[in-house]
Design a protein around this ligand. Structure first.
Ligand code: ADP
Ligand code: MG
Length: 629
């Protein structure tokens, strides 16, 4: 929070509102909105246009954004960047599939993100997004007549840490203070006021230009929980245009390959115009080159029905993921320009058995919700006004001994949140701790995503299990993670802010979640086995090092040999797949070494062990997990 101080005698005008905006930074289109005279409204440019196409043209003379830039896409495709949101926070490997579809030349990478080569030099996706945001910021400042306090920027619910961080970086570059990143479906639900004291399940159906997202949210005590997300990153209104375009080609006898790029663009524009017109008209005349024909709504519907089928399949799948039925849905919110198509509305209504909410303009609804949230965060509403909260989509945790993931913050925890957990060392004299931060739901680390690794050095040498290392995970209100580790007795610390080099796709997140359900049983058994092995190895190590140190002095030769063979038996048992067997042998060996541990204690040979038998020592650390050097 910023504290503002006014000069003596010049108190702030109580009616002066702080200027804050909501920004929908879309794949196809972007908008900026603010609350004025009590209502949230999107802001138009000087020409009266509210929608800013998310396109940037880097010319040799100047940079253009929006509609102007889009008109140059056909003429100068290499320097006209469209759909840059698809590259945000992603690595080269993540976008390989798009490489053939989009014409750009990708060059060197920074933090895994590919750069795009233009006549103005290399541009990172963050810079391109910043240019879009700058245009919206300027528009807002000119319209509202002042500098902005900050902005709420929306991101898809499935955006991971890297994608969110990239969005924040773009805002910073555009000179915007980010009050919060907000999930797009949550923003849409807020625009409809569904957060007002409501409870229930909300499905947000978002069909944009090139992407389809379905989110199932549960609203409970003012908190939106994302129950499931799904969709298709290559399905949207642009595909409707292509359907109409191929209908035109088919009926006019023209061949796509014979058209110039310019004509191809014109064909798609004609198709898009027809599509939009069919929302209000029963039929529409299409003119292309010297061919002309009428397309009626019924025919249009049959052209796009297979595409709508695909979206409905995703809806059903997400409901299954959320373990819900269509009757459980209390509200359906329609988002995205393509939900203007009547057939889309009708078929969604038919599937869910409920009329979807459509009275707020579907391509403005996300920006409107973001503006409402920005107004609250800027302090223009009273403090007890509901502060909207989001949750983290995948659990966060770290790797412990034996390749297990220990979850520190569980999936669907409301953010902001900080959680700390204590860990200890695995080996005697261990002075460093490797901390491996993971994201995902599975128990075994290989199947989860690695976010970062760092090392805590300078732990004083102590017997295994005595060091106390407190690891704190903090997720801020934007869903960004920082992790710190501190050894309690010395206060040595290490810290990372997580900026993973590239992000997870929506599909990957969905898969990771599904796998975590599918493999839960298998994972639990794997975890038990790994845990048993870790425990066995620990007892083995303790016994072996004690034998080496004091075995000759404190034990009779036959006692020594017996314990040595017990240690070997334990080492052998560790290799077994039988959890119960490993546990049994571990207990037997621990028991067999008790007398020896007692003698060592009495002899006072190892000060650090005084007051503890080997077993006591094991018990005392049972609650903490062990991390290896
Ligand atoms: P995004 O979220 O991907 O940025 P939008 O929500 O702005 O995209 O949706 C853009 C898409 O909506 C485009 O494919 C556009 O053709 C389509 N669209 C806009 N208005 C209409 C309309 N009246 N009828 C049908 N489609 C429309
Ligand atoms: Mg959108």
């Amino acid at each position: 929070m910023l504290l503002q101080i006014s000069e003596p005698g010049q108190g702030p005008d109580p009616h002066q509102r702080k200027l804050a905006v909501g920004i929908d930074l879309g794949t196809t289109n972007s908008l900026v909105a603010t609350v004025r005279s009590g209502t949230a409204q999107t802001l138009p440019d000087a020409g009266g246009e509210h929608i800013l196409p998310s396109v940037v043209h880097y010319g040799s003379q100047c940079t253009m954004t929006g509609g102007e830039a889009r008109r140059l896409a056909a003429e100068d495709p290499l320097n006209t960047i469209i759909s840059v949101k698809r590259f945000m926070g992603r690595g080269i490997a993540d976008i390989q599939g798009l490489n053939g579809v989009l014409p750009y030349r990708f060059t060197r990478t920074d933090q895994g993100m590919p750069f795009i080569e233009t006549v103005q030099g290399e541009k990172s996706p963050v810079q391109v997004s910043a240019d879009i945001l700058k245009t919206l910021r300027r528009r807002a400042e000119e319209t509202l007549g002042g500098e902005l306090l900050g902005a709420v920027i929306t991101v898809p619910a499935y955006f991971d840490d890297a994608q969110r961080q990239a969005t924040k970086d773009a805002a910073k570059l555009a000179g915007l203070d980010v009050l919060r990143l907000l999930n797009e479906p949550t923003a849409a639900a807020v625009a409809y006021g569904l957060d007002d004291g409501g409870e229930g399940v909300i499905a947000v159906y978002d069909l944009g230009g090139g992407t389809f997202d379905i989110s199932i949210l549960r609203l409970h005590k003012g908190v939106f929980e994302v129950l499931a997300t799904g969709g298709d990153t290559a399905l949207g209104g642009d595909d409707f245009d292509r359907c109409v375009a191929s209908w035109i080609l088919q009926h006019s006898g023209l061949d796509m390959a014979a058209l110039t790029p310019e004509e191809q663009r014109k064909l798609l524009d004609a198709a898009c115009e027809a599509k939009v017109a069919l929302t209000d008209e029963e039929c529409i005349e299409i003119v292309f080159k010297d061919w002309c024909a009428t397309l009626d709504r019924k025919t249009f519907n049959s052209l796009i029905d297979p595409l709508i089928d695909r979206t409905l399949k995703s809806v059903k799948k997400s409901l299954r993921d959320a373990k819900l039925k269509t009757v459980d849905i209390d509200n359906v919110v329609m988002v995205g320009g393509s939900t203007r198509v009547l057939q889309v509305r009708e078929r969604v209504a038919e599937l869910i058995g409920k009329e979807p909410l459509t009275n707020i303009d579907p391509d403005r609804v996300v920006a409107v919700g973001a503006a409402l949230q920005a107004d609250v965060l800027a302090g223009n509403k009273s403090a007890d006004d509901l502060l909207l909260l989001d949750v983290i989509p995948l659990s966060l945790g770290l790797e412990t001994m034996g390749g297990l993931m220990e979850k520190v913050i569980h999936r669907n925890t409301t953010i902001p949140v900080a959680r700390a957990q204590e860990f200890t060392t695995f080996k005697d004299g261990q002075t460093a701790l490797a901390i491996h931060v993971l994201q995902g739901e599975r128990e075994v680390i290989e199947t989860n995503r690695s976010l970062a690794r760092f090392v805590l050095n300078g732990i004083p040498p102590m017997p295994a299990g005595l060091a106390r290392i407190r690891v704190t995970f903090q997720v801020d209100a934007d869903g960004l993670l920082s992790v710190s580790a501190r050894e309690q007795s010395t206060g040595v610390e290490a810290y990372v802010e997580i900026k993973p080099s590239y992000g997870l796709s929506e599909g990957q997140i969905t898969n990771m979640l599904q796998d975590s359900y599918a493999f839960a049983q298998e994972d639990r058994s794997a975890r038990k086995l790994l845990e048993a092995r870790v425990e066995a190895e620990r007892i083995y190590e303790a016994l072996e090092s004690a034998l080496k140190k004091d075995g000759n002095i404190l034990l009779l030769p036959e006692e020594y040999n017996h314990l040595l063979s017990e240690a070997r038996r334990l080492a052998e048992a560790t290799k077994s797949q039988d959890v119960e067997f490993i546990i049994q042998v571990t207990e037997q060996v621990a028991k067999a070494s008790e007398v020896f541990a007692g003698r060592r204690m009495n002899a006072g040979i190892q000060a650090a062990l005084s007051g503890h038998s080997v077993q006591d020592l094991a018990d005392s650390v049972d609650n903490s997990d062990r991390l290896e050097e």
